[in-house]
Design a protein around this ligand. Structure first.
Ligand SMILES: Nc1ncnc2c1ncn2[C@@H]1O[C@H](COP(=O)(O)OP(=O)(O)OP(=O)(O)O)[C@@H](O)[C@H]1O
Ligand SMILES: [Mg+2]
Length: 589
């Protein structure tokens, strides 16, 4: 994270941000035109005032004064109209650009491989796609374009001042170098404060996201007090970072005021002296004009530092967002093989797999599953059962060996095709906060209501879904909170069934359910496995007994394999596991 500098002068980065403006070229051009207009119109009013003072007021010409007042009023209306359109256009520009960028970022995130998410906190990704991205829009609405406008305005005013009276201008601008020095010091200090703020926002989001997700654990164990204290600490760091940045402002603004007062002082002293010594050269109108100009000069300069920081903050955000966009952690998808139908022969040969480095969690795995058969995997927790199915659909890639489906290496398959052909029911059911119907079809328009109902009837879930208010349109709250564990599982079975996969991979949940649901689930699993190759990580004796082959895993290695009866006869690891887990049921048999 320390590598992120968000340098406002990083031209490459700025160019990349501006790529997102391209579709809105016309709005951009309008914004720039309006910016230039604003800068040019600004110095006109003081000039009119000077003219009115010298030519009409001091000479007592009432009609002239009246005309000039009307002109000034019209000018004010024009200026307001330009200002209005300017604000509108730059905001539309910024918001449109970041909308596109945000879609890009989300699309990109969804294609990243699971390994990336293993090490990236969700809260961090949320910060990137929401608040970091928001700061980028300010590059357009408050940053770059406005900065260009301010600089133009300063240049325009200084030119007009020189034109009006060059020696007076030189005298008045004498304290300017002081201002430049102060600005650059301020600029540098505030940059680090801003980086700190962004980091703390990310920390805050990560903490909140995790703790709200895990709220039930916090409440079960009555850890509210401790979590509250931890949260307070993170909050304090965020507050301190903000205060630090504001502290720099609180020093900077008075310094600018002092320098501005020095300019005015010089103006009054030198101007008055000039009027007294050579009244024809300097008029009271010029002094009045200059007073207004100094005010107009300092406003953009003071704001320039502020805008520059907005730009800086946007650049910090841009750098972070682009870092996510540049993450190339994707599952390599070079395969093109996509046959009309997969038979479902699976072959693992000499498969070695590690999540990290060479800490192998699967060691030299060899087994085959014939089309239509069922393999049950059993083993202690952490033995590598879930890992085995994670590598079959290439959620993770293996280090050594081959996995073949119908005699073809899984890497030769088109990735999407491979994953669609393998129906996976994970250990933990995840439901989105959406309707039951959408949770089953996952918004696939090819799946019809009839198919969903048919699948639901097959797994025996239709009745309970019908009883929910709204039936299939019942809205499941986030993570399926409003359904029981068993019901959620049945939904995940329907989900697998409607996709009609050739191969079924099922990680049986260990959570226990009531007897009725248990029976529903057992028969649903039978229906699911029927007619397809299945690999089931089994915790239920009934599933295990029905399997054609049982593979016993221990610490990533196959210890034993065979049918239920064969393994019992072997009187080895499986027998011990069986006695431990299903003792009572075993006696009953
Ligand atoms: N995403 C991951 N990153 C790194 N290591 C992991 C990851 N997932 C699992 N592991 C490790 O791999 C090993 C095997 O885990 P796996 O999930 O395959 O076990 P399992 O047999 O499914 O256990 P359980 O019955 O508890 O589900 C464990 O030691 C675990 O710590
Ligand atoms: Mg598991």
């Amino acid at each position: 994270m320390s590598k992120i500098t968000g340098d406002a002068f990083n031209v490459g980065l700025l160019k990349r941000v501006f790529q997102y403006v391209k579709p809105y070229r016309r709005i951009f051009i309008w914004s720039v035109v309006l910016t230039i207009l604003l800068a040019l119109v600004a110095p006109v009013r003081p000039f009119l005032i000077k003219y009115t003072l010298d030519h009409y007021i001091l000479k007592g010409q009432y009609n002239g004064l009246l005309m000039m007042t009307v002109v000034m009023l019209l000018l004010l209306v024009l200026q307001s109209a330009i200002q209005y359109s300017h604000t509108l256009y730059t905001n539309i520009l910024g918001q449109s650009a970041i909308r596109d960028l945000r879609i890009n970022v989300f699309n990109h995130i969804t294609t990243l491989r699971l390994k990336y998410f293993d090490k990236t906190p969700i809260g961090q990704l949320i910060t990137r796609t929401v608040s970091d991205l928001e700061t980028i829009s300010d590059i357009f609405s408050e940053g770059l374009i406005v900065i260009i406008g301010d600089i133009l305005q300063v240049i325009a005013i200084i030119c007009v001042m020189f034109y009006a009276d060059w020696s007076l201008t030189l005298m008045v601008l004498l304290p300017m170098p002081l201002l430049i020095i102060a600005t650059s010091i301020f600029q540098r200090s505030i940059k680090s404060a801003f980086q700190e703020i962004r980091t703390e926002v990310s920390n805050l989001n990560t903490y909140l996201q995790e703790h709200i997700t895990g709220i039930s654990i916090i409440q079960y164990f009555a850890r509210e007090e401790q979590e509250y204290r931890k949260f307070k600490k993170i909050n304090k760091r965020y507050r301190d970072a903000n205060i630090r940045s504001n502290w720099y402002y609180s020093i900077f603004f008075p310094v600018v005021e002092i320098i501005s007062a020095m300019c005015l002082g010089l103006l009054v002293w030198y101007g008055a002296k000039s009027i007294l010594s050579k009244p024809l050269d300097v008029t009271p109108g010029t002094i009045a004009e200059f007073i207004l100009y100094i005010g107009m000069l300092f406003k953009p300069i003071r704001e320039l530092a502020d805008k520059f920081n907005t730009l800086q903050m946007g650049m910090v955000g841009a750098e972070r967002v682009f870092k996510v966009l540049d993450t190339d952690e994707k599952t390599v998808n070079n395969g093109t093989y996509a046959p009309a139908k997969i038979e479902g022969n699976i072959e693992f040969s000499h498969v070695w797999f590690a999540y990290n480095d060479d800490k192998y969690v699967l060691k030299n795995l060899n087994f085959t599953v014939k089309a239509g058969q069922t393999v049950a995997m059993v083993g202690a927790t952490g033995a590598g059962k879930s890992s085995t199915i994670n590598i079959l659909n290439r959620f993770y890639d293996i280090q050594k060996g081959d996995i073949k489906v119908d005699g073809v290496n899984i890497e030769a398959y088109e990735l999407g095709y491979l994953r669609k052909s393998i129906g996976t029911v994970l250990q933990d059911v995840f439901l989105f906060s959406d309707t039951i119907f959408n949770n089953i079809t996952l918004n696939n328009p090819d799946i019809t209501m009839d198919e969903v109902v048919e699948a639901a009837e097959k797994v025996g879930a239709h009745d309970f879904i019908e009883r929910l208010p709204g039936g299939y349109q019942y809205n499941v709250m986030e993570r399926g909170a409003t359904l029981s564990a068993g019901q959620a599982q049945l939904i995940s079975f329907i989900r697998a069934l409607v996709y009609n996969p050739s191969i079924l991979v099922l990680d049986e949940a260990t959570s226990s359910v009531d007897t009725e649901t248990e029976m529903l689930i057992q028969s649903a699993i039978d229906k699911l496995m029927h007619g397809r190759t299945s690999i089931v990580i089994a915790h239920r004796l009934s599933t295990i007994q029905k399997a054609d082959q049982i593979i016993v895993l221990d610490k990533g290695e196959i210890m034993e394999r065979g049918s239920h009866q064969e393994l019992l006869k072997l009187d080895g690891y499986y027998k011990r596991l069986y006695d431990l887990q299903f003792h009572s049921e075993g006696i009953a048999k």
